[in-house]
Write a protein that binds this ligand. Sequence first.
Ligand SMILES: CCCCCCCCCCCC/C=C/CC(=O)SCCNC(=O)CCNC(=O)[C@H](O)C(C)(C)COP(=O)(O)OP(=O)(O)OC[C@H]1O[C@@H](n2cnc3c(N)ncnc32)[C@H](O)[C@@H]1OP(=O)(O)O
Length: 281
Amino acid sequence: MFPLRLLRTARRVLPAKSLSTTGQLTDLTVDNEGIATLTLQRAPVNSLNVELLQELTTVLGQVEKDKAKGLVLTSASPSVFSAGLDITEMYNPNVERLTALWTSLQDLWATLYSAPYPTAVAINGHAPAGGCMMALCCEYRTMVSGRYTIGLNETAVGIPVPEWLIGTMCKVISQREAEVALNAGLMFTVEEALKVGLIDETATDKADAIEKSKKFIKRFDKISPIAHSLTKQRFRSDVLQPFAKNREADLNQFKYVVLQPEVQELLGQIIQKLKQKKAAK
Ligand SMILES: CCCCCCCCCCCC/C=C/CC(=O)SCCNC(=O)CCNC(=O)[C@H](O)C(C)(C)COP(=O)(O)OP(=O)(O)OC[C@H]1O[C@@H](n2cnc3c(N)ncnc32)[C@H](O)[C@@H]1OP(=O)(O)O
């Protein structure tokens, strides 16, 4: 059984910045209403390596411990929310590091998806794969309008989508839309994402996205933290509980898939394409 994570006492309203911490790869600030903003800042594209994944999970633990009113997740990049898992961590990998990568991703997903406080994301740029995964974990998604894309393109990089991530997606958009998109690794434009319900609203810029995210968090001002956190976890328990039982098998499948020669070849081609794209800029 997935352990329930309840906020047992009222959330505190802390003075501005009292919880603020700046890690190497993230920045956490808290406003004077007690809402935490966690900013990804691993340049250039917030790709998720072991260190960023672990730092994110640690900071989320801090947000919970300090009883912030809620969390807004965003990025310091002007055009990318997160490029997903760091592809260089999966290409010709050291197996110990690959294990750490996947277990750290599992920890982050489980911590964010079951967070006992309200969560919202201000998606201020592209959000492929692991970037979309983090957004899907939040309770409310606002995305800045522009020529950005969001979606789970794992199959396009040779990785089958695990059940817990399919389940996370199917809680947000219809199973039909999810199946069509995930089987083919399709990415959505901002307008398409809004139409299928992958995002809840659009924003003119990052400041607007953060403001809309905070407005969502404030909806819970008069809701008991225990009522909120228990109801949220009941909605999500059918995804969280099987995940908790199958973590080891999920890890072994991931390593097996990533180490297949054809997946390695595909990852090598993607790294090459990204390099060529940069050179052509
Ligand atoms: C049976 C069950 C099996 C279990 C296993 C299942 C596993 C499922 C996984 C589910 C969990 C979630 C995890 C998913 C896996 C992934 O996340 S894979 C990563 C997929 N990501 C992508 O495909 C994105 C690739 N990047 C881009 O498309 C673009 O970079 C961008 C649109 C994000 C941004 O474009 P732009 O702003 O033009 O920047 P670029 O010039 O392209 O890049 C700048 C710079 O960053 C490097 N980079 C980009 N993306 C990544 C990345 N993901 N990892 C590492 N590095 C990246 C790029 O190479 C450039 O580097 P240099 O400046 O040239 O050094």
